[in-house]
Design a protein around this ligand. Structure first.
Ligand SMILES: [Fe+2]
Ligand SMILES: [Fe+2]
Length: 263
């Protein structure tokens, strides 16, 4: 028989297997304590997540008030965007990331002078150039973030004024080169701007809002997303109607205000 170096005999291998299968030493684990520790960790995580979200929403509200728009706009954006993401079949985690990142699309307005944001008339070309910086400023605010949520917020802030046909800003990205989250937020931001009352215009009806979104298919907006938006019209209307009540309440107390850059 030829001896092959390194090859072990059957007996030797069986002994090794037996040794590997030695029963583990009994660990004295208190299952109840373990369950409680797990619950405590879960609760701590929930609290961290909640305060994280609260801080993010407050930041977004700060940017919107400076514009000045109201907090209700960003909450509606969040609901519409999450609904579109769900209908697209995105994973539940992605839907939640979009839900919480989308309200920060205009966070960069924190870096735009009030005299431009709150100018009652039209912006002159120089002022408009400054206004067009807000996506870059917004992206910069979150650019070094490690959390997927804030990275998404940075991406959305940067891309929510890009246009499907390449005529948007700041980069003139075209079609699917524009990140999906950015394309979704652009669409729901425009829809909400149209159906909301502003200091310079009354609110368009739900139907007019839907028709306006359809009219921008393939130019400003991604046609596939517009088709989807039309398909889930029932769900969009539910959010619209729920928020119409909030809007009516806010307008009685002087809440709904202006918005300048289309969303
Ligand atoms: Fe914007
Ligand atoms: Fe907006």
């Amino acid at each position: 028989m030829v001896y092959i170096r390194g090859r072990k005999g059957e007996k030797e291998r069986r002994t090794e297997v037996k040794e590997e299968r030695k029963p583990p030493e009994r660990l004295d684990i208190d299952l109840e304590k373990l369950k409680k520790a797990y619950k405590d960790i879960e609760e701590a995580n929930r609290q961290i997540r909640e305060s994280h979200m609260e801080m993010i929403l407050n930041l977004a509200i700060a940017a919107e008030y400076k514009d000045p728009d109201t907090g209700s706009h960003i909450l509606r954006i969040s609901d519409y965007a999450a609904e579109v993401a769900r209908a697209l079949g995105l994973a539940a985690e992605e839907v939640e990331i979009l839900r919480y990142a989308s309200p920060m699309h205009d966070i960069g307005k924190l870096g735009i002078p009030d005299k431009i944001l709150q100018k009652p008339g039209k912006l002159d070309p120089d002022e408009w150039e400054i206004m067009k910086q807000h996506p870059l400023i917004g992206a910069r605010i979150f650019q070094n973030s490690k959390s997927p949520l804030l990275r998404a917020a940075s991406q959305i802030a940067l891309s929510h004024h890009e246009q499907y046909d390449g005529n948007g800003y700041p980069s003139g990205l075209k079609g699917e080169d524009i990140p999906l989250f950015g394309r979704i937020v652009t669409m729901v931001d425009i829809f909400d701007a149209i159906v909301s009352k502003r200091c310079y215009k009354s609110a368009a009806s739900f139907r007019e809002g839907m028709d306006y979104v359809k009219s921008l298919s393939g130019t400003y907006l991604d046609p596939k997303l517009v088709d989807l938006f039309v398909r889930i019209e029932g769900k969009i209307k539910e959010i619209y109607e729920a928020n119409t009540t909030i809007q009516q309440f806010l307008s009685e107390f002087g809440g709904e205000e202006s918005l300048r850059d289309g969303g």
